[in-house]
Design a protein around this ligand. Structure first.
Ligand code: AMP
Ligand code: MG
Length: 302
């Protein structure tokens, strides 16, 4: 079918007609599949693994051309998506005061739009995290309702949150150990190449709303992509987890400091990159599935 034929058919079915040809094809295919499943009473419409998604996109202190910077979280947004109504139902948003590098670089302020005044008058990360967890409790997340964290890439949890918990000497929150990397979910579901946030939106026929690198706006736009995936029949499930530089339970209790165990089969980041590169050569599938991960480890070992 041509793009026009696909759009006509989708319009006839009162479905979204925006997006690239790949997206339109998938949407139509899933519509027929879901209709079949519903007829067979196998799966009720809108059935998802989780009740809610928490979309998180941290902004952190940074320096131009410095990949080894001690990033501290300075903006903590969380956008709550109801998977059943497929809409944003609440938001948590606070700024955090950095401690190691209290003075923001000009580069950081320009990139994120966060000014020195804003972080100076904010509280430190542990207090903000505690309030965010109270917000989660208010929604009975993890109590009455199932949920999953959604991020754009692996960095928010694997890098920013891990670093911050380490600096703040607090345990890594258990709700952040597994999450949905939206880039991975998107490319797998729509069978397309791995894309960044703006590219994913464009491919869906959408535009970025707000300002890029504002954590709250980034989170809202990631949420829009997650909602579209749900509408197109994708059951978003956790697809990444924290698996490097994880202190043992014991060391975490003593402040989450990173210690390398002598039994650790992957002794260093360099070894991890080497291992990933070897695996990459072995499997084309691996490249598609682990592109972000490879980039992340390369970043850490550089
Ligand atoms: P983002 O979600 O893309 O807005 O980025 C999250 C954080 O990554 C930012 O707050 C910065 O700390 C860091 N970051 C993003 N882009 C850059 C860059 N070009 N150079 C240095 N750090 C960056
Ligand atoms: Mg951001």
């Amino acid at each position: 079918m041509t793009s026009k034929e696909l759009r006509d058919k989708l319009a006839e079915l009162k479905l979204d007609i925006r997006g690239s040809k790949d997206i339109l094809q998938k949407r139509l295919k899933m519509h027929y599949k879901q209709r079949k499943l519903m007829k067979a009473k196998v799966r009720p419409p809108g059935n998802t693994t989780y009740d809610y998604l928490i979309v998180i996109d941290f902004e952190a202190t940074c320096q131009e051309n410095n990949l080894n910077y001690n990033h501290e979280i300075i903006e903590f947004p969380a956008v709550l998506v109801d998977c059943h109504s497929r809409e944003i139902v609440d938001e948590f948003h606070e700024y955090c005061k950095p401690v190691l590098n209290p003075k923001l670089t000009d580069f950081c302020s320009t990139l994120t739009g966060i000014t020195q005044d804003v972080v100076d008058s904010a509280e430190e990360f542990p207090a903000v995290l505690a309030r965010m967890e109270t917000w989660m409790m208010k929604h009975y997340l993890g109590v009455d309702h199932t949920f999953a964290v959604v991020t754009d890439g692996p960095w928010d949890m694997s890098r920013f949150l891990q670093m911050q918990c380490n600096f703040s000497k607090i345990p890594f929150p258990c709700w952040g150990k597994k999450w949905i990397n939206i880039r991975k979910a998107y490319s797998t579901y729509y069978s397309c190449k791995r894309m960044n946030l703006e590219e994913m939106l464009i491919n869906l026929g959408l535009k970025f709303e707000g300002t890029q690198h504002c954590g709250l706006h980034d989170s809202r736009n990631i949420a829009r992509i997650a909602i579209q995936l749900l509408k197109d029949g994708c059951d978003l499930v956790k697809n990444e987890f924290l698996h490097v530089n994880q202190p043992s339970q014991g060391s975490r209790a003593q402040g989450n400091s990173i210690k390398k165990s002598p039994q650790d089969p992957l002794k260093s980041q360099e070894e991890m990159v080497k291992k990933l590169e070897e695996m990459k050569l072995e499997s084309k599938h691996f490249v598609d599935e682990n592109q972000d991960l490879l980039e992340y480890h390369r970043l850490q070992s550089s």
